[in-house]
Design a protein. Structure first.
Length: 258
Protein backbone atom coordinates (compact mmCIF):
# COMPACT_ATOMS: atom_id res chain seq x y z
CA UNK A 1 0.00 0.00 0.00
CA UNK A 2 1.37 3.39 -1.02
CA UNK A 3 1.92 5.98 1.71
CA UNK A 4 -0.85 8.34 0.59
CA UNK A 5 -3.26 5.44 0.16
CA UNK A 6 -2.47 4.30 3.71
CA UNK A 7 -2.91 7.83 5.07
CA UNK A 8 -6.28 8.15 3.36
CA UNK A 9 -7.36 4.78 4.74
CA UNK A 10 -6.45 5.87 8.28
CA UNK A 11 -8.24 9.20 7.83
CA UNK A 12 -11.36 7.44 6.55
CA UNK A 13 -11.36 5.03 9.51
CA UNK A 14 -10.99 7.83 12.05
CA UNK A 15 -13.69 9.97 10.42
CA UNK A 16 -16.12 7.07 10.14
CA UNK A 17 -15.71 6.04 13.79
CA UNK A 18 -15.05 9.55 15.17
CA UNK A 19 -11.96 8.08 16.87
CA UNK A 20 -9.53 5.19 16.59
CA UNK A 21 -6.83 3.84 18.87
CA UNK A 22 -3.29 3.07 17.74
CA UNK A 23 -3.88 -0.63 18.44
CA UNK A 24 -7.07 -0.69 16.33
CA UNK A 25 -5.18 0.83 13.42
CA UNK A 26 -2.28 -1.61 13.85
CA UNK A 27 -4.65 -4.60 13.85
CA UNK A 28 -6.85 -3.53 10.95
CA UNK A 29 -4.12 -2.24 8.63
CA UNK A 30 -1.54 -4.88 9.60
CA UNK A 31 1.23 -2.34 9.97
CA UNK A 32 3.66 -1.59 12.78
CA UNK A 33 2.92 0.68 15.71
CA UNK A 34 5.76 2.98 14.73
CA UNK A 35 4.27 3.39 11.25
CA UNK A 36 0.85 4.22 12.71
CA UNK A 37 2.36 6.80 15.06
CA UNK A 38 4.31 8.40 12.21
CA UNK A 39 1.22 8.48 9.97
CA UNK A 40 -0.94 10.01 12.71
CA UNK A 41 1.64 12.73 13.29
CA UNK A 42 1.68 13.55 9.57
CA UNK A 43 -2.13 13.55 9.29
CA UNK A 44 -2.36 15.80 12.34
CA UNK A 45 0.18 18.22 10.86
CA UNK A 46 -1.87 18.31 7.66
CA UNK A 47 -5.04 19.07 9.63
CA UNK A 48 -6.79 15.91 8.44
CA UNK A 49 -7.26 14.35 11.90
CA UNK A 50 -6.52 15.35 15.51
CA UNK A 51 -3.86 13.25 17.17
CA UNK A 52 -4.57 12.48 20.84
CA UNK A 53 -2.90 10.29 23.42
CA UNK A 54 -3.25 6.66 22.32
CA UNK A 55 -4.84 7.36 18.94
CA UNK A 56 -6.68 9.97 16.91
CA UNK A 57 -9.98 11.86 16.73
CA UNK A 58 -11.87 13.11 13.71
CA UNK A 59 -11.55 16.84 13.16
CA UNK A 60 -14.52 18.57 14.72
CA UNK A 61 -14.97 15.91 17.39
CA UNK A 62 -14.43 16.94 20.96
CA UNK A 63 -12.44 14.87 23.40
CA UNK A 64 -12.70 16.00 27.01
CA UNK A 65 -10.18 15.00 29.63
CA UNK A 66 -11.27 17.33 32.44
CA UNK A 67 -14.55 18.38 34.03
CA UNK A 68 -15.69 21.97 33.82
CA UNK A 69 -16.81 23.44 37.13
CA UNK A 70 -20.49 23.42 38.05
CA UNK A 71 -20.47 27.24 38.09
CA UNK A 72 -19.26 27.44 34.49
CA UNK A 73 -21.79 24.84 33.30
CA UNK A 74 -24.89 25.96 35.16
CA UNK A 75 -26.14 28.51 32.59
CA UNK A 76 -24.84 26.71 29.51
CA UNK A 77 -27.70 25.61 27.18
CA UNK A 78 -30.07 26.50 30.01
CA UNK A 79 -33.33 26.50 28.03
CA UNK A 80 -32.58 23.05 26.66
CA UNK A 81 -31.67 21.77 30.09
CA UNK A 82 -34.86 23.15 31.61
CA UNK A 83 -37.04 21.44 29.00
CA UNK A 84 -35.18 18.15 29.50
CA UNK A 85 -35.41 18.42 33.29
CA UNK A 86 -39.13 19.23 33.20
CA UNK A 87 -39.81 16.19 31.03
CA UNK A 88 -37.69 13.98 33.29
CA UNK A 89 -39.57 15.15 36.38
CA UNK A 90 -42.87 14.21 34.72
CA UNK A 91 -41.71 10.58 34.55
CA UNK A 92 -41.44 10.26 38.33
CA UNK A 93 -44.45 8.50 39.85
CA UNK A 94 -45.74 7.93 43.39
CA UNK A 95 -43.70 5.39 45.40
CA UNK A 96 -40.69 5.64 43.06
CA UNK A 97 -37.25 5.12 44.60
CA UNK A 98 -35.10 7.43 42.50
CA UNK A 99 -31.37 7.85 41.96
CA UNK A 100 -30.46 11.42 40.98
CA UNK A 101 -26.94 11.81 39.65
CA UNK A 102 -24.81 14.89 40.24
CA UNK A 103 -24.96 17.47 37.45
CA UNK A 104 -26.50 20.75 36.38
CA UNK A 105 -29.35 19.24 34.35
CA UNK A 106 -30.22 16.64 36.98
CA UNK A 107 -30.34 19.43 39.59
CA UNK A 108 -32.95 21.24 37.50
CA UNK A 109 -35.21 18.17 37.72
CA UNK A 110 -35.86 19.09 41.35
CA UNK A 111 -37.43 22.40 40.31
CA UNK A 112 -40.17 20.58 38.39
CA UNK A 113 -41.08 17.80 40.79
CA UNK A 114 -44.80 17.35 41.42
CA UNK A 115 -45.11 13.91 43.02
CA UNK A 116 -44.57 13.98 46.78
CA UNK A 117 -44.46 10.30 47.74
CA UNK A 118 -40.96 9.70 46.33
CA UNK A 119 -37.65 8.77 47.96
CA UNK A 120 -34.34 9.97 46.50
CA UNK A 121 -30.71 8.87 46.67
CA UNK A 122 -28.05 11.19 45.29
CA UNK A 123 -24.30 11.76 45.26
CA UNK A 124 -24.66 15.55 45.01
CA UNK A 125 -24.73 17.72 48.12
CA UNK A 126 -26.65 20.52 46.38
CA UNK A 127 -29.31 18.05 45.19
CA UNK A 128 -29.68 16.56 48.67
CA UNK A 129 -30.12 19.98 50.24
CA UNK A 130 -32.78 21.10 47.75
CA UNK A 131 -34.70 17.82 48.00
CA UNK A 132 -34.60 17.84 51.79
CA UNK A 133 -35.83 21.44 51.98
CA UNK A 134 -38.77 20.45 49.78
CA UNK A 135 -39.67 17.70 52.25
CA UNK A 136 -38.47 14.64 50.33
CA UNK A 137 -36.86 11.72 52.11
CA UNK A 138 -33.33 11.91 50.78
CA UNK A 139 -30.24 9.76 51.20
CA UNK A 140 -26.79 10.98 50.23
CA UNK A 141 -23.84 8.71 49.49
CA UNK A 142 -20.79 8.88 51.70
CA UNK A 143 -17.27 9.16 50.34
CA UNK A 144 -14.83 11.64 48.84
CA UNK A 145 -16.19 15.07 47.88
CA UNK A 146 -15.10 16.29 44.45
CA UNK A 147 -15.30 20.09 44.41
CA UNK A 148 -15.29 20.59 40.62
CA UNK A 149 -18.55 18.72 40.06
CA UNK A 150 -19.81 18.94 43.67
CA UNK A 151 -20.21 15.15 43.66
CA UNK A 152 -19.43 12.42 46.17
CA UNK A 153 -17.18 9.77 44.61
CA UNK A 154 -14.85 6.95 45.61
CA UNK A 155 -14.97 3.34 46.84
CA UNK A 156 -17.13 4.10 49.87
CA UNK A 157 -19.81 5.66 47.65
CA UNK A 158 -19.70 2.69 45.26
CA UNK A 159 -20.16 0.30 48.18
CA UNK A 160 -23.10 2.34 49.45
CA UNK A 161 -24.85 1.99 46.11
CA UNK A 162 -24.68 -1.79 46.19
CA UNK A 163 -27.50 -2.05 48.72
CA UNK A 164 -30.04 -0.06 46.69
CA UNK A 165 -32.49 -1.14 43.98
CA UNK A 166 -33.86 1.94 42.21
CA UNK A 167 -37.11 2.08 40.25
CA UNK A 168 -35.83 5.01 38.17
CA UNK A 169 -32.57 6.88 37.80
CA UNK A 170 -31.49 10.08 36.03
CA UNK A 171 -27.90 10.70 34.97
CA UNK A 172 -25.85 13.42 33.38
CA UNK A 173 -23.08 12.74 30.87
CA UNK A 174 -20.16 14.67 29.44
CA UNK A 175 -20.56 13.00 26.08
CA UNK A 176 -22.44 10.35 24.16
CA UNK A 177 -21.37 8.53 21.01
CA UNK A 178 -21.80 5.07 19.55
CA UNK A 179 -18.17 4.18 20.08
CA UNK A 180 -17.61 6.04 23.35
CA UNK A 181 -21.02 5.32 24.90
CA UNK A 182 -21.99 7.53 27.81
CA UNK A 183 -18.73 8.91 29.16
CA UNK A 184 -17.16 11.23 31.72
CA UNK A 185 -13.55 12.41 32.25
CA UNK A 186 -13.18 11.03 35.79
CA UNK A 187 -12.94 7.29 36.49
CA UNK A 188 -14.26 7.85 40.05
CA UNK A 189 -17.44 9.47 38.79
CA UNK A 190 -17.74 6.86 36.06
CA UNK A 191 -17.76 4.08 38.65
CA UNK A 192 -20.54 5.80 40.62
CA UNK A 193 -22.65 6.23 37.48
CA UNK A 194 -21.98 2.68 36.31
CA UNK A 195 -22.85 1.09 39.65
CA UNK A 196 -26.03 3.14 40.10
CA UNK A 197 -27.19 2.22 36.59
CA UNK A 198 -26.61 -1.46 37.22
CA UNK A 199 -28.95 -1.25 40.22
CA UNK A 200 -31.77 0.60 38.47
CA UNK A 201 -34.85 -0.68 36.61
CA UNK A 202 -35.38 2.34 34.33
CA UNK A 203 -32.37 4.46 33.37
CA UNK A 204 -32.59 7.92 31.79
CA UNK A 205 -29.68 10.06 30.60
CA UNK A 206 -30.38 13.79 30.34
CA UNK A 207 -28.53 14.99 27.28
CA UNK A 208 -28.64 18.42 25.66
CA UNK A 209 -27.51 18.77 22.04
CA UNK A 210 -23.95 19.79 22.94
CA UNK A 211 -23.22 16.31 24.30
CA UNK A 212 -23.81 14.29 21.12
CA UNK A 213 -20.75 12.86 19.32
CA UNK A 214 -18.58 14.04 22.19
CA UNK A 215 -16.12 11.60 23.76
CA UNK A 216 -14.69 11.60 27.28
CA UNK A 217 -12.01 9.41 28.81
CA UNK A 218 -14.12 6.88 30.70
CA UNK A 219 -17.21 5.06 29.43
CA UNK A 220 -19.76 4.28 32.14
CA UNK A 221 -22.41 2.67 29.94
CA UNK A 222 -23.31 1.69 26.40
CA UNK A 223 -26.00 3.97 24.94
CA UNK A 224 -28.39 1.02 24.58
CA UNK A 225 -28.59 0.72 28.39
CA UNK A 226 -30.54 3.94 28.97
CA UNK A 227 -33.20 6.14 27.40
CA UNK A 228 -31.79 9.47 26.26
CA UNK A 229 -33.95 12.49 27.07
CA UNK A 230 -33.09 15.35 24.73
CA UNK A 231 -34.79 18.19 22.86
CA UNK A 232 -33.87 17.58 19.22
CA UNK A 233 -32.97 14.65 16.98
CA UNK A 234 -31.43 15.86 13.74
CA UNK A 235 -28.48 14.73 11.71
CA UNK A 236 -26.75 18.04 12.39
CA UNK A 237 -26.92 17.36 16.14
CA UNK A 238 -26.29 13.63 16.18
CA UNK A 239 -23.58 13.74 13.53
CA UNK A 240 -22.78 11.11 10.92
CA UNK A 241 -23.80 8.35 13.32
CA UNK A 242 -27.47 9.46 13.12
CA UNK A 243 -28.93 6.33 11.52
CA UNK A 244 -27.00 4.02 13.83
CA UNK A 245 -28.09 6.02 16.87
CA UNK A 246 -31.70 5.30 16.01
CA UNK A 247 -31.04 1.58 15.71
CA UNK A 248 -29.24 1.10 19.01
CA UNK A 249 -30.51 3.91 21.24
CA UNK A 250 -33.86 4.93 22.71
CA UNK A 251 -34.89 8.57 22.85
CA UNK A 252 -37.53 10.72 24.49
CA UNK A 253 -38.05 14.21 23.12
CA UNK A 254 -38.61 17.01 25.63
CA UNK A 255 -40.34 19.56 23.41
CA UNK A 256 -42.47 22.48 24.55
CA UNK A 257 -42.25 21.46 28.18
CA UNK A 258 -42.10 24.97 29.61
Amino acid sequence: MLTEERLQTIQNMVERRKSASIQELVDELDISESTVRRDLTLLDQQGRISKVRGGAMACGSHYSTEDDSVTSRRDRNLKEKQSIACYAASLIEPHDFVYLDAGTTTELVIDYLEERDVVFVTNALSHARKLSLLGYTTYILGGEFKATTEAVVGDEAVQSLQKYNFTKGFWGTNGVSLKGGFATPDVREAMIKKTAMENCSECFVLCDSSKFSQISCVKFSEIANAVIITTELTKEILGDEYNDYESVGSFMLAKNQL
